[in-house]
Design a protein around this ligand. Structure first.
Ligand SMILES: [Zn+2]
Length: 441
């Protein structure tokens, strides 16, 4: 499964509203879903000889995007896909018909995640394009979405029945277009494919709302301008692909396979799926975009989200989940120790080793949770540490690891804090035994 935690790092840019967005990209995007077609139109503010896409992971558009007017073509040239007229003349408008099926793109989210009932998520980042070429600072595309009467679309945390426009930034978002109504609560929205096998559909319907309520009760209301959206889509089609991931205010998983029933036989399939949602749901309530500025401190929010996922699942499945959590923890300790043999945790980002932040971070937060509970005879937990971190940041502006350690002081003995801190900053000679020592404190 491919997952990514992009939201934390790009929200700052996402909020940046550029008044000259159109001038930079030079094209407006109009998506129109009719009863039998997905049509995309680009209109330019000035005639151009080509419209080039922001991102070209592979040349899939050349076969999947068909110009409505056959005078146009989609071609792959100099590692880039572009639209042009066959006769080379300039143009200021072009319309194409899309192929709304799931396709795997390397290092990019799928353009479409179809639902069983004919609806689909479409990734707006896939639509971003520019006059001639996209410069490095190209950002802010005006997108208009229009659907037919009996369907609706979900974008920016809202259900829309009429056409709507907005500016899309960075990696864009998934927009649902179809007829299925989501679970629509004040704090979140969730859309769960109706044709999923009963056992997992029931779990998702039951657990996703409980996850959001659980974290809200522990960490307070989320601070996002846009309502968080959770999507699970499924297509029973030949294949074995799973795509899971996040975009700002969105968590999604798509199963594109004809053996989901078989996969469900594995005892870890449902806990793994719920864990992913629990981890991402925890992020919605952390306020980490103001607390963790530096990637080298990702063990803070990633490790915290990992351990909060464990706590949420322990709350909902007290009888059955312990072996799964224990296994995750053992893997985390092993993975953390292995990574720290080569470099200190603080340098993992430089090596592109983000997994170490999840694994070492999960260990750190679990140990702090245990200690806080022990010392307070169950009164305090890691949630109190995190809430103190948030409040302290609002009061004093301190953030990052330094802010976190200081927020933890009232709950954790200082010798343990010192040793945990060392685990995040120092080159440790024997990380496995260091982790063992920490556990025995
Ligand atoms: Zn995460």
């Amino acid at each position: 499964m491919r997952t990514a935690c992009l939201s934390v790092f790009i929200v700052a840019l996402y909020l940046y509203i550029s008044t000259n967005a159109f001038a930079k990209a030079g094209v407006n995007i109009h998506l129109n879903k009719t009863s039998d077609e997905w049509l995309i139109a680009y209109s330019a503010n000035t005639p151009t000889q080509k419209i080039a896409f922001l991102s070209t992971p592979i040349e899939a558009r050349t076969t999947r995007w068909r110009p409505v007017n056959t005078a146009f073509e989609v071609v792959f040239e100099d590692h880039q896909e572009l639209i042009r007229r066959k006769d080379g003349l300039a143009f200021d408008y072009v319309q194409l018909s899309l192929t709304p099926t799931y396709t795997h793109l390397p290092k990019a989210y799928a353009p479409f995640a179809p639902f069983s009932d004919g609806g689909a998520l479409i990734h707006t980042g896939r639509l971003f394009a520019c006059l001639d070429f996209c410069s490095d600072d190209a950002n802010g595309w005006k997108i208009t979405v229009e659907v037919e009467e009996n369907s609706h679309f979900i974008a920016n945390g809202k259900i829309n029945y009429q056409a709507a426009s907005w500016l899309g930034y960075n990696d864009g978002q998934y927009v649902y277009i179809g007829e299925q109504m989501p679970i629509d609560e004040p704090a979140f929205m969730a859309l769960i494919d109706t044709e999923l096998p009963h056992v997992i559909k029931v779990e998702l319907n039951h657990t996703l709302p409980k996850l959001m309520a659980f974290f809200e009760s522990k960490l307070g209301q989320h601070n996002n301008d846009v309502k968080p959206m959770l999507f699970t889509s499924y297509l029973n089609a030949p294949g074995t692909d799973i795509q899971g991931g996040v975009l700002p205010n969105q968590v999604f998983i798509h199963w594109d396979m004809d053996n989901l029933d078989e996969r469900l036989q594995s005892k870890n399939f449902i806990p793994t799926t719920l864990w992913m949602f629990a981890h991402e749901a925890a992020h919605f309530f952390q306020d980490s975009k103001s607390l963790v500025i530096n990637k080298s401190a990702s063990w803070l929010h990633e490790g915290n989200a990992e351990w909060l996922a464990a706590l949420a699942l322990r709350e909902f499945y007290p009888e059955t989940i312990e072996p799964f959590i224990e296994n995750k923890m053992n893997e985390a300790k092993k993975g953390c120790a292995k990574a720290l043999v080569s470099y200190p945790l603080i340098d993992a980002a430089k090596h592109g080793q983000y997994r170490a932040y999840y694994q070492c971070g999960m260990f750190i937060h679990s140990l702090m949770d245990l200690k806080a509970r022990e010392l307070s005879q169950g009164k305090y937990s890691i949630f109190h540490v995190w809430n103190n971190f948030k409040q302290q940041s609002l009061r004093t502006g301190t953030n990052g690891a330094e802010g976190f350690w200081s927020a933890a002081e009232p709950y954790i003995p200082s010798d343990m804090l010192k040793k945990l801190k060392r685990l995040t900053t120092d080159k440790i000679t024997s990380p496995a035994s260091y982790i063992e020592q920490l556990e025995s404190l």
